[in-house]
Design a protein around this ligand. Structure first.
Ligand code: ADP
Ligand code: MG
Length: 680
């Protein structure tokens, strides 16, 4: 097969193995490399006289070699012999002993009487000060490893910083840079051009040059993002749709087993008024876990179906889709709404049958997962799209579902508490309903932070819950090495509990590696009280409802973000009985303790989000898909909010004027096709 001329495989020294390592970093093409920004820099521009070098602080110094390098070989039993090369250098302020370990070839290049620039770290011990394996180059050379600001790249095992830096430099020579920001905009906001920004970000000529490059690239990232947002919205706001009749809702309200909360009723009234308006609705319903968003969705679906339209409810997981069906079908079927479930794990023959009912219009409320998006799913007349737990969907996925109807209404449901200032900017013209009230009778979940010393008391507590007929979730964290290890950790823990700790209790295991049907079977069995304990990875984080579960134990709670813990905790406290959440952590760092204690102190999702932001810093908070916020590579939503506003303004003007350059269009398309791109 002919190699793509843009592939990194075309770079010298990048074979299939290296390419795989680069792929781990998300790099496939030359332009990916150009956009792979350093995570940090090492400032090697400081040049000091030898006498001013400080211990443990890396720095450059210029010195001449005063002795011939002397290499000694020290035999070591059972392993490669040690090579020690010593050389003395000096400037007008003093002398310094340099030691090179196993680098005689390098060290022997130092020539007595010549002057070099060195970069290294001075280390002091009882013999005085010395320096080990400094980098160096001739004083009249260009300064490749000394006297420069060096980029430090995010790495993966098997790739060195030097290799990445070299690949970037090689790509730089080969790959043209496209300018996405028009000159007029660059002038207004004082931004440098794309080519020099990329050159400076990878190989800064000065601190100021680096700052200018960063400014430009942050602006650019927000600019492309804002342009994408504006383009998608422009498509949705032009057309009108037939207004819905919203008169017959009493039938729905009467069928409910409970009275809606004021906040639920308000959200429903707001969306009904959108339905009557004759414009396609775009509404976000935001409300803490357990506030009852599903009933708001049900009301919307009921109304759409009464207007002879189909409604699709898309959930991020099979478990959740199945649960929605189990809850909504008994409510809506008696009202004449035909409900079906379409998920990937259905047997092919059944899937085909379900799809036929969707295409014929016989199915009216279609609940499903991503299977709804495939080409094979054709709707007779889709009038409403509901996306549950919106942070789990990319914009492309939502757009794909919207495209299956003629301007269907869009209802997005999210438990993600996003600080309000930010929500306004990111959601823009999306209408927001906030459900700020929990159904009556909910007791707040009592939350405690404990360490390993409490293990036996904790086990006793789990036993006590089981004796009282209640159930326990035990959540194991994701492990950095990946899904496989996470699942192993949960599996091992479940095994230990089963055979050693709770031999008399029934322990089940749920993890992301299981097939949809298996997961469902376990979840159903747990909900049916066939197990006392469910050990799970975070697959249970969204939505699942088991009102009889009254205890949640989170192992290694410090590995979770606060908002994620809050979501997890929302799985319990859903029945009448008092519920408890126990966070287990042996991490004693002050920051961690403060974070976890914040969760013990409040159950308000918005406050927790703000606390999360304050304590963990914007990097962690905004870097996570948990929050439904777009992930930016260089821009930072907390620090660069003013740049975001400027970029948004400039992009809105460009889109309104139809003034979108091919380069900008290309960048926008790439963004929209990226599954990680989340927006509303
Ligand atoms: P979420 O907003 O997290 O999606 P759900 O819609 O799953 O919350 O609702 C949580 C639980 O509260 C469900 O068991 C649901 O039946 C119940 N519920 C919803 N609304 C009310 C209400 N108005 N009164 C009592 N219980 C309610
Ligand atoms: Mg929900």
């Amino acid at each position: 097969m002919a190699e793509n001329p843009q592939s990194i495989r075309t770079l010298p020294g990048v074979g299939p193995k290296k390419a795989q390592l680069f792929a781990k970093l998300g790099i496939a093409t030359l332009s990916d490399l150009l956009r792979f920004y350093p995570r940090d820099y090492e400032d090697r521009t400081r040049i000091l006289p030898i006498a001013s070098l400080e211990a443990d602080v890396p720095a450059c110094f210029i010195a001449s070699v005063v002795t011939n390098p002397q290499t000694h070989r020290i035999p070591k039993p059972g392993s490669r012999q040690l090579e020690l090369t010593k050389v003395v250098v000096a400037d007008h302020t003093g002398r310094l002993n340099l030691t090179f370990f196993n680098a005689s070839y390098t060290a022997q290049r130092l020539i007595r009487g010549e002057t070099y620039c060195f970069y290294g770290t001075l280390v002091g011990d009882y013999l005085g000060y010395a320096m080990t394996n400094p980098l160096f180059e001739p004083i009249d050379s260009e300064g490749n490893v000394t006297r420069r600001i060096m980029p430090i790249y995010p790495l993966t095992a098997g790739l060195t910083n030097k290799q990445v830096a070299q690949a970037v430099q090689a790509a730089m020579l080969r790959c043209g840079v496209e300018e996405t920001i028009p000159a007029s905009v660059r002038k207004v906001y004082g931004l440098c051009d794309a080519a020099s920004a990329l050159r400076e970000i990878h190989s800064p000529s000065s601190a100021q040059g680096l700052e200018e490059a960063r400014k430009r690239l942050i602006f650019e990232e927000f600019y492309v993002f804002s342009a994408a947002l504006a383009i998608v919205r422009a498509k949705r706001t032009v057309r009108t749709v037939p207004a819905f009749q919203t008169g017959g809702m009493a039938q729905f309200y009467d069928a409910l087993p409970f009275t809606l909360t004021g906040a639920q009723q308000r959200a429903i009234n707001e969306l009904l008024s959108d339905f009557r308006s004759g414009k396609p609705m775009s509404r976000l319903v935001q409300g803490d876990v357990g506030c009852g968003k599903t009933m708001v969705a049900a009301a919307a679906a009921f109304c759409a179906v009464k207007n002879n339209k189909q409604a699709a409810l898309m959930a991020p997981t099979e478990i959740l889709a199945r649960q929605h069906l189990d809850r909504l079908a008994p409510l809506l079927e008696p009202l004449g709404v035909r409900c079906v479930l379409l998920t990937g794990s259905l047997p092919a023959a059944q899937k085909k049958l379900v799809r036929q009912t969707i295409e014929s219009g016989e199915a009216e409320l279609i609940i499903g997962t991503h299977a709804l998006l495939t080409e094979a799913t054709v709707f007779a007349d889709l009038g409403l799209v509901i996306a549950d737990e919106q942070h789990r969907f990319g914009v492309a996925q939502r757009a794909a579902l919207l495209a299956k109807g003629e301007q269907p209404h869009l209802l997005i449901m999210s438990a993600t508490p996003i600080p309000r200032t930010l929500a306004l900017i990111l959601y823009g013209d999306l209408d927001v309903s906030v459900i700020d009230e929990l159904p009556p009778g909910r007791q707040p979940v009592e939350t405690f932070l404990v360490d390993e010393r409490y293990r036996s008391r904790l086990n006793g507590f789990i036993r006590k819950q089981a004796e009282e007929g209640h159930q326990t979730f035990i959540v194991c964290p994701a492990i950095e090495e990946g899904e496989t290890e996470s699942f192993k950790a949960a599996e091992q823990w479940a095994q230990t509990l089963k055979s050693h700790v709770f031999p008399n209790l029934r322990v089940a295991l749920l993890h992301g590696r299981m097939k949809g049907a298996e997961k469902e079977a376990v979840m159903e069995a747990f909900a049916a009280r066939e197990y006392d304990i469910l050990v799970a990875t975070t697959v249970i984080e969204v939505g699942v409802d088991v009102p009889n579960a009254t205890l949640m134990v989170v192992e290694n709670a410090d590995r979770f973000g606060l908002s994620q813990l809050h979501q997890l905790r929302g799985r319990i406290g859903r029945g009448g009985a008092k519920s408890y959440c126990i966070l287990v952590s042996d991490n004693r760092s002050e920051e961690t303790l403060a974070r976890l204690k914040a969760l013990c102190a409040t159950s308000d999702g918005f406050r927790i989000a703000e606390e999360d932001l304050k304590l963990r810093g914007p990097g962690d908070f905004f870097g996570s898909r948990q929050h439904g916020l777009p992930v930016f590579h260089i821009g930072n939503l907390a620090q660069d909010l003013s740049v975001l506003k400027q970029a948004q303004q400039a992009a809105a003007e460009a889109v309104a004027a139809g003034d979108i350059s091919p380069a900008l269009r290309k960048a926008v398309d790439a963004l929209l096709n990226n599954d990680d791109f989340v927006m509303n």
